[in-house]
Ligand binder design. Structure first.
Ligand code: ARG
Length: 281
């Protein structure tokens, strides 16, 4: 590893299921505040144990999904491209994330008005390329704008299953050549693009995909993910990756897991630009 991983998280003080904007959310089921806190703390402690520095953004009452910092924006070197959320209930998060980024050394840019973009939830680097999910949340045109702005190739992938509404729920780059994916979340074209462009594509079964197995945080060669993915854990072990399974069920009730609860500020492990320019520079 070239740098100390830096990760943005938001304490779950005001987290809850207050509206329903994806098929996982059910206000009648709700979430348990004490369990949510314990699960979030365990995720934070695991990342610290793996050598990460955790930066915290202040939670805000009335913004229950602010905990999902992956949706704050997309980081590329010192640039923070802020999100434009599709649903009004999340739009109030943007000024908080933008303020945080601009006061922590990032240049902040926003996609043009009228385009939706949900940050690192839908835009993931694998090697030199930005893999970009669209339809349920982000617009394909916002990804093209991001690609033009930072000068990288973008591969737009249409998401077809509403349960996998963000790309990070069904695709997880582990390094520049390896990624996890759930084939059922993509159409034939998307599957063929992935097969062409990722050398070692590890298929996740439907049973493990619905436990948010693809929504994993990669630190070096360790993959932190929701418990209940024994098959993927074996596939990863064969490739020299360790897994750290954690109970994250309280967040799955909102349609998120380990990856959604984090935003890598120094670039994801799989991003080639990260290797070219060590973070902190
Ligand atoms: N309830 C949130 C939403 O529907 C969950 C966001 C999960 N984030 C992610 N990066 N997949 O927007």
């Amino acid at each position: 590893m070239l740098s100390t991983p830096r990760v943005l998280m938001c304490p779950p003080t005001y987290y809850g299921i207050e509206y329903e904007i994806n098929p996982w959310m059910d206000r009648r089921v709700g979430s348990d505040p004490a369990r949510s806190r314990a699960q979030w703390e365990a995720l934070r402690a695991t990342l610290v144990d793996l050598g990460a520095t955790i930066e915290l953004i202040e939670p805000v009452r009335g913004l229950p999904d602010l905990v999902f910092t992956a949706n704050a924006g997309l980081v590329h070197r010192d640039l923070f491209i802020g999100s434009r959320f599709r649903f009004g209930v999340r739009q109030g998060e943007s000024p908080h994330f933008e303020k945080w980024a601009s006061t922590h050394g990032f240049r902040v840019l926003l996609p043009p008005e009228g385009l939706h973009f949900e940050g690192a939830g839908d835009a993931l680097f694998c090697g030199e390329t930005l893999f970009a999910g669209y339809r349920f949340r982000s617009d394909a045109r916002s990804h093209q704008w991001v690609g033009d702005t930072i000068g990288v190739e973008v591969l737009p992938l249409e998401l077809v299953d509403p349960r996998f509404y963000h790309l990070d729920t069904c695709f997880c780059p582990l390094n520049a050549e390896t990624a996890l994916y759930y084939p059922g979340a993509f159409d034939d074209y998307g599957r063929s693009v992935l097969a062409d462009r990722v050398r070692d594509l590890v298929e996740v079964s439907a049973e493990e995909a619905v436990t948010f197995t693809c929504n994993a945080v990669v630190v070096g060669r360790t993959v932190v993910l929701n418990e209940a993915a024994p098959k993927v854990a074996r596939e990863l072990a064969d490739r020299g990756f360790a897994t750290r399974p954690l109970p994250l069920g309280e967040f799955i009730k909102a349609g998120g897991s380990a990856k959604c609860l984090t935003l890598r500020l120094d670039g994801e492990e799989a991003a080639d630009w990260k290797r070219a320019t060590p973070a902190g520079s």
